[in-house]
Design a protein around this ligand. Structure first.
Ligand SMILES: Nc1ncnc2c1ncn2[C@@H]1O[C@H](COP(=O)(O)OP(=O)(O)OP(=O)(O)O)[C@@H](O)[C@H]1O
Ligand code: SF4
Ligand SMILES: [Mg+2]
Ligand SMILES: [Zn+2]
Ligand SMILES: [Zn+2]
Length: 455
């Protein structure tokens, strides 16, 4: 298994080797020093404040933390779904390295794609040779924060898809499921549908245009009337049949029973679990490189939660996609994630492979969160809650964001920002806490340092 999460600072450094061929070792997504602020009547809220993390190819990364810690704003930033105003991106980059189906094995996995079924797309500027645009990696790199809106729309729902907490709100109550799924294919896959229906090369330019608009669901009323007459009617029906096949295919992928019936249903006719499966089908429709799941099971009852989780895990492996899994449920993240980033006050305070972070949590906040998780055999009343609530970080002064709740806080914690630093020999586990720093490094007396058991 490749390294789940790399150190933010080593990750932001440009690769040294120029001119190498496209590498699948580069992470799919690198979030670098992301800052998102909201203007409020009380001042500027620093909702995301210097977040750096990476999402490797084909892995699941968990983003955990209490309410208001900045998980959703970080996740939504990847798709530029932060409302602006009142929000604004105040700094940082989100680099996305898209992939494509391996042409040799069509996704099954072969030697060319290291069994991954997907291969990196070569940098447009250097065709894979390595240039400053791709930081020498030879791989197509897109800064999601700066591309034009049109390009963002091409990526959203296509290369990066998202499923939300409440499928009831995310689905349109007034449209049948078929129509909602058809829109995704029409927006991103119209050419493929024309090709599969065998109508890509229509005899006249006029009918080709009509069919192209039909495949993109952009037909006007008079165009629909023409499509209902011979000779175009047969072609239009073939388009519909191909679309139906694709929709039934993605619905079956989610193991929903009776896809043909579901397609004709409206959201209110489906249970919460079924709606979430439809949302997942919608997200998978275009075989994305990354699926963002923001608390996808919170609105569901416990037995359904487990099944949806299993499904996400299974689909992640089958489609060999990466998943960013946002949750406040640590035991769940421990079960399904390769890497984990713990957020507090808009910052990542601990980051590393899930096994390492859960076996040896270093940050007092992570330890507090874990102490509050019920485990098998814990005594009644044996759980410890973290004292206090997450404050709002309006125009914050430099300090550790956790100092108001930390049992180890000293003056240095109130006056300075701890940096996220690598704290293990393998360079994979990172923590932002002065407990692990040397007084000489900080230039303070040892008495001023926070005190606590560090291991
Ligand atoms: N549209 C907005 N306008 C103003 N403030 C916002 C907006 N969206 C989010 N925030 C603020 O940004 C901070 C981070 O919010 P975010 O939604 O990322 O939290 P979260 O970690 O996802 O919490 P939860 O677990 O409750 O979903 C919060 O203080 C929130 O109030
Ligand atoms: S010891 Fe200091 S730096 Fe570490 S979490 Fe507590 S307040 Fe923050
Ligand atoms: Mg949230
Ligand atoms: Zn292959
Ligand atoms: Zn290049």
């Amino acid at each position: 298994m490749s390294e789940p999460l790399r150190a933010p600072r080593s990750g932001t450094a440009p690769p040294t080797g120029r001119g190498r061929s496209t590498s699948s070792a580069d992470p799919l997504v690198s979030i670098e020093d992301l800052r998102v602020r909201f203007s409020t009547s009380r001042g500027t809220l620093h909702a995301v404040d210097g977040v750096s993390l990476q999402i490797p190819d084909g892995q699941t990364v968990g983003l955990v933390g209490e309410t208001g810690s900045g998980k959703s704003v970080t996740a939504r930033s990847l798709l530029r779904l932060v409302p602006r105003p009142p929000g604004r991106f105040a700094g940082g980059r989100i680099l996305f390295r898209p992939k494509q189906r391996c042409p040799r094995c069509a996704g099954d996995g072969c030697a060319d794609c290291d069994g991954q079924g997907r291969i990196p797309i070569s940098c447009r500027s250097c065709d894979g040779a390595g240039c400053p645009v791709c930081d020498g990696s030879g791989r197509e790199v897109i800064d999601l924060l700066t591309i034009p809106d049109r390009r963002m729309r091409e990526i959203r729902g296509n290369r990066i898809a998202m499923i939300f907490q409440d499928p009831g709100k995310a689905l349109n109550p007034g449209l049948p499921i078929r129509r909602q799924l058809a829109e995704v294919f029409a927006y991103h896959r119209a050419e493929e549908i024309l090709r599969d229906a065998g109508v890509a090369r229509e005899s006249t330019a006029f009918s080709a245009r009509l069919l192209r608009r039909a495949a993109g669901m952009r037909s006007r009323t008079w165009e629909r009337a023409l499509l209902d007459l011979p000779p175009l009617r047969a072609h239009a029906r073939r388009l519909d049949a191909v679309l139906d096949e694709r929709i039934a295919g993605v619905l079956s992928d989610t193991r929903i029973s009776n896809p043909a019936h579901i397609m004709q249903s409206y959201p209110h006719e489906l249970s919460g679990g079924m709606k979430q499966r439809v949302m997942i089908a919608q997200a998978l429709a275009c075989d994305p490189d990354l699926m963002i799941a923001d608390e996808p099971t919170t609105a569901l009852d416990v037995t359904i939660q487990a099944r949806i989780l299993e499904l996400i895990q299974e689909l992640q492996q089958r489609h060999r996609m990466s998943v960013l899994y946002v949750s406040h449920d640590l035991s769940l993240v421990r079960r399904i994630c390769h890497g984990v980033a713990v957020m507090y006050g808009g910052r990542v305070v601990e980051l590393g492979p899930a096994d390492d972070v859960f076996a040896e949590p270093m940050h007092p906040y992570t330890r507090g969160l874990l102490a509050a998780v019920p485990t098998r055999g814990h005594r009644r009343g044996g759980l410890q809650a973290i004292e206090g609530n997450v404050p709002e970080f309006i125009d914050p002064s430099p300090s550790c964001r956790f100092e108001s709740r930390c049992p180890h806080a000293t003056r240095v914690c109130r006056e300075r920002d701890p940096e996220l630093k690598t704290k293990d020999a393998r360079g994979r586990h990172h923590v932002a806490c002065f407990l692990y720093d040397e007084p000489a490094e900080l230039g303070v007396a040892s008495e001023a340092m926070p005190n606590g058991e560090v291991r």
